[in-house]
Design a protein around this ligand. Structure first.
Ligand SMILES: [Zn+2]
Length: 238
């Protein structure tokens, strides 16, 4: 069985898809929640004929991708005022601005406390809160990456280099050669089980770059309840 990457043009939208040719009689199309499209076609089928068939299902493919897209992360407008809710590790914290306290950001019960004298300036507060989120994310993701890697001891994969930054359309991505993992800083708003799901999903990509059947077989084995975690992640941070 071989897999190739192609692009299907549906109207003005270019949709990348993975084509698997195998011993089967019919054409199968699967759209995954991250927008990836897997097409299975019989050995020997012509790409032109496959593309024509796909274009006929074009409206359905676009509709399904749009449906999943609605669950993917959006950046909410933040005003950085007292009492505003900010999510951290699966909890809703309320912003507490304290000009009379030491200049630091920390969690106190259900409060996200920002101390310091310069608090009337909202852009300063935003910068300090987002710097705090980034440093928490780097620390927590590094920890969770080591924990999740332990499940891959039988496969003997080595730890990818971790980068944390803002990603617009995804929670994480793994480089093709499995040496570099990028995680969305916003993932630190989710609980640890959901963070572990994203990391485990990406670690599975070290062994299977595409979302083919072997990828999902591995993910099922490493994390049998991944679908539940994924759903919680999408509901909480949509
Ligand atoms: Zn993936």
């Amino acid at each position: 069985m071989s897999a190739e990457e192609h692009i299907l043009q549906i109207g003005s939208v270019a949709v990348p898809f993975t084509l698997q040719l195998k011993q089967r009689g019919t054409l199968g199309i699967t759209v995954f929640p991250d927008g990836a499209v897997l097409v299975s076609a019989p050995q020997g089928a012509e790409l032109d004929a496959i593309s024509a068939r796909l274009r006929r299902r074009g409206a359905w493919i676009l509709r399904t991708r749009r449906y999943f897209e609605a669950f993917r992360p959006r950046t909410p407008e933040r005003r950085y005022v007292n009492g505003e809710t900010h999510r951290f590790l699966g909890r809703q914290l309320r912003l507490s601005l304290r000009s009379d306290e030491a200049s630091r950001v920390h969690v106190e019960g259900m409060l996200l406390v920002v101390g310091g004298a310069e608090l009337t300036d909202h852009s300063t507060i935003r910068k300090r809160v987002s710097a705090w989120y980034s440093s928490q994310a780097r620390q927590i993701f590094a920890e969770r990456l080591q924990a999740c890697l332990a499940d891959f001891a039988p496969e003997g994969i080595s730890s990818p280099k971790l980068t944390v930054r803002r990603l617009t359309h995804r929670w994480g991505s793994m480089s093709r050669d499995g040496s570099h993992l990028v995680l969305n800083v916003r993932l630190v708003e989710a609980g640890r089980p959901e963070i572990d799901y994203v990391i485990t999903h990406e670690l599975c990509h070290i062994l299977h770059p595409n979302h083919g059947r072997s990828f999902f077989e591995l993910l099922d084995r490493k994390m049998p309840d991944w679908a539940k975690r994924k759903m919680r992640l999408e509901r909480a941070l949509a």
